[in-house]
Ligand binder design. Structure first.
Ligand code: PLP
Length: 465
């Protein structure tokens, strides 16, 4: 065994071979050295445990490909691109919304150059970072004022802290939802220092339920979009116009956590109708909060629009400073919002909207193209077909509603479907799809056409192993 140790190549020749390889040459040398040492440690362990027993197994030429493979895997960034073939458009685990090229460009400018982030070019004095998007948001939504923070969870927390700290906010039991990632309305409210006053029953809440709960300590009435769940059957909630009326009668502000918050009227694309932010503002909500990276299709952000008297108080809340939006987000948000100045072109210019509203006919022809690409690349090793299926919007928007799509079903001939799925997580880039009826299914809805080649390459890598 000790003789075997002598056959292990030393660090330096391996290091030289690695730096001679054009794909690895740019990696920091200290990192390469560390990884080579790690590799040799593994080999030493294999010698000790008898996994390696012949000197030939330790030959330089035999080891080099293995070192290279390990270095490639370990040296690449941890946070990486993936190919999303799941058909879930706003996939929370895969980065939610993709930015439009205009927004990407704005981010690049904002972070590579100095900017007027908080500098008023009219006066040469200090300016407000919110000014870059406030007017746009007011133009698009019809609200009097706007402010933006890090995400919608922060927006909800901030509006409650500003308006209702130490006082009560009345919410229907049917809207006390958990959104996922442990965002629960009752918990957020407790953290904000407001007291939750639950009213109604799980399935039904009436105006009189709210009315009976109103007292000296009531700060606001609040509605929460139920987002990722839907109630059916004997249900009922108080709609916004009636809530507004109640608020007016008792002099209370009406708050609305709209969750996804679309600016585009989706029924125009033949989708089920969801109230737009514009409608909610028009119907008299005092403050509306929603996410920047759900259906809106921008960067992660929490957007708060509403009446000037409340928004101005939110702006000066010290908590706002802790939740503030950063400049790259702001740049992406402004660029995305500008696309909404023309609603008709927004549908195709905002990637999230384009993917959500893609039509079956179009998806069917894309599935056929994807299938041909795959057949050409790996046709010998798999059976492919195109079948009808369902995509999801995701991100808690349109719960339980399927979008009709065409899937490319891939059945490998030599390995199991599950093994294929597992191997595709390790390709570069990884490919994520879903297994349905014993086939690995790819949904073209969430794949760009310039990604088909990468999908084929990933399958090729996975099947070659
Ligand atoms: C998604 C959602 C949130 C949280 O928004 P983030 O932008 O993820 O912080 C809050 N409330 C509702 C109703 C939601 O759907």
């Amino acid at each position: 065994m000790s003789r075997l140790f002598q056959h292990l190549p030393s660090v330096d020749p391996i290091l030289t071979a690695l730096t001679d390889d054009s794909t690895l040459a740019a990696l920091p040398r200290p990192l390469l050295r560390e990884l080579v040492n790690e590799f040799l440690d593994i080999k030493r362990e294999e010698i000790r445990s008898g996994v390696v027993s012949e000197p030939e197994e330790l030959a330089f030429e035999r080891l080099l490909p293995a070192v290279m493979a390990m270095v490639r895997v370990k040296a690449r960034p941890h946070f990486r691109r993936v190919l999303n073939a799941t058909g879930v458009v706003i996939h929370t685990n895969m980065g939610r919304s993709l930015l439009a090229p205009e927004a990407v460009q704005a981010v690049v400018e904002a972070c590579a150059r100095y900017s007027n982030l908080e500098f008023d070019l009219a006066t040469g004095e200090r300016g407000s970072r919110y000014s870059h998007v406030e007017e746009l948001l007011c133009t698009i939504t019809g609200a009097e004022a706007a402010v933006v923070v890090n995400n919608n969870a922060a927006a909800v927390m901030l509006m409650l802290d500003t308006l209702a700290k130490g006082r009560e906010v009345i919410v229907s039991r049917g809207q006390l939802v958990e959104i996922g990632g442990s965002f629960r309305i009752p918990d957020v409210m407790a953290k904000s220092g407001a007291t939750l006053r639950e009213v109604g029953a799980t399935n039904r809440t009436h105006v009189r339920d709210y009315e009976q709960a109103i007292g000296d300590n009531t700060a606001a009435l609040m509605r929460v979009h139920t987002s990722n769940f839907r109630m059916v059957g004997f249900t009922g909630e108080v709609d916004l116009p009636r809530m507004r009326e109640l608020g007016d009668r008792y002099g209370l502000p009406v708050l609305e956590d709209l969750g996804s918050g679309t600016l585009f009227p989706l029924e125009r694309a033949g989708m089920p109708s969801e109230p737009t932010v514009q409608e909610v503002v028009r119907q008299g909500a005092d403050i509306v909060s929603f996410s920047g990276d759900k259906v809106l299709g921008g960067p992660q952000a929490g957007i708060i629009v509403g009446r000037e008297e409340w928004i101005s108080r939110i702006k000066v809340n010290p908590m706002n400073r802790a939740l503030r939006i950063d400049k790259m987000t702001l740049a992406a948000l402004e660029a995305t919002l500008r696309l909404y100045l023309d609603m008709d072109s927004a549908r195709t210019a905002v990637p999230t909207l384009r993917m959500i509203t893609a039509e079956y006919r179009q998806l069917r022809s894309r599935a056929a193209t994807l299938r041909r690409t795959l057949d050409r690349a790996v046709g010998e090793q798999v059976e492919t077909s195109v079948r009808r299926g369902a995509s999801r919007v995701g991100g808690g928007a349109f719960p339980e509603r399927d979008l009709e799509t065409a899937l490319v079903a891939v059945v490998p001939k030599n390995i199991s479907v599950d093994e294929l799925r597992q191997r595709l997580l390790a390709t570069d880039p990884p490919l994520v799809g879903r297994i349905e009826d014993n086939a690995f299914c790819l949904d073209p809805r969430t794949l760009a056409s310039d990604e088909y080649r990468l999908v084929a390459e990933a399958l090729n890598q996975a099947l070659r192993q």
